[in-house]
Design a protein around this ligand. Structure first.
Ligand code: PEP
Length: 244
């Protein structure tokens, strides 16, 4: 039986209520394979609206982040409890934009994963190196450290999104061999050091409808985390309508 392919739309801080409604109604009208998990991650204020809009559709809801505590004096943050209450089945954690602009460290991300699992929300854990580390050849060491410090031991199914920072929003995409190397290395590391075998490996970074199918086919990834192209109706529709 065909494996599920996860297409995760990371809308980031984009779309207003009107444009979100428009995009969701287009996505709802698509005929897509049952093997695709179409996961949409809107900004917080849109989540309750999108929850209503996706009723009786195949679309699943995710959040772009959560706090590592369930409640407390954390001005501006959102709790996983509320995220779950509003229908999110997934939460992205450790995105490089959170690490860069909100100074999130691996320890914060580790705690976010713990709180997500405790609340039965599935974390999508982002890892990935800078251009400098790629040039220096120390990218695997860096990614292993991220995995080591972020991932608890012996968790059930794990979703890892490999997102090289230099690829996000730039149009630059690693070669097929580069993605395969990171995928195999991460799986090996997690198996050996965390005893985790059930791993869904996503690629993210400048994915579009032209490059996705080659990445999916040649790298045998389990799906993609998609930023810019997920906002463009034609782009995301062409990806979702693919033959999986
Ligand atoms: C992202 O930021 O998660 C991402 C993959 O962005 P983009 O597709 O725009 O490179």
């Amino acid at each position: 039986m065909a494996q599920n392919t996860l297409i995760v739309s990371n809308w980031k801080m984009n779309l207003n209520l009107i444009s979100a409604k428009k995009l969701i109604s287009k996505l709802k009208a698509l005929k897509i394979s049952k093997n695709i998990k179409n996961i949409v991650c809107p900004q917080y204020l849109l989540i309750p609206h999108v929850k209503d809009l996706i009723k009786s559709s195949q679309i699943l809801l995710g959040a772009q982040d959560c706090h590592f505590e369930e409640k407390g004096p954390y001005t501006g943050d959102s709790s996983i409890v509320l995220i779950k209450e509003f229908g999110c089945k997934y939460v992205i954690v450790g995105h490089s934009e959170r690490r860069a602009f909100h100074k999130e460290e691996n320890l914060h991300i580790r705690n976010k994963i713990d709180i997500a699992i405790k609340n039965s929300v599935i974390p999508i854990v982002c890892v990935g190196e800078s251009y400098l580390l790629r040039q220096k050849g120390s990218y695997l060491k860096f990614i292993f450290k991220q995995l080591d410090e972020c991932i608890p031991k012996k968790m059930g199914q794990l979703i890892v999104a490999y997102e090289p920072i230099w690829s996000i929003g730039t149009g630059l995409v690693p070669s097929v061999d580069d993605i395969i190397e990171v995928k195999e290395s991460c799986k090996g590391f997690l198996k050996k050091n965390k005893k985790i075998e059930d791993i869904k490996f996503l690629y993210g970074g400048s994915v579009n409808s032209k490059n996705f199918f080659e990445i999916r086919e040649k790298c045998k990834v389990d799906g993609a985390l998609i930023g810019g192209a997920s906002l463009l109706e034609k782009e995301i529709s062409n990806i979702l309508k693919g033959d999986f």
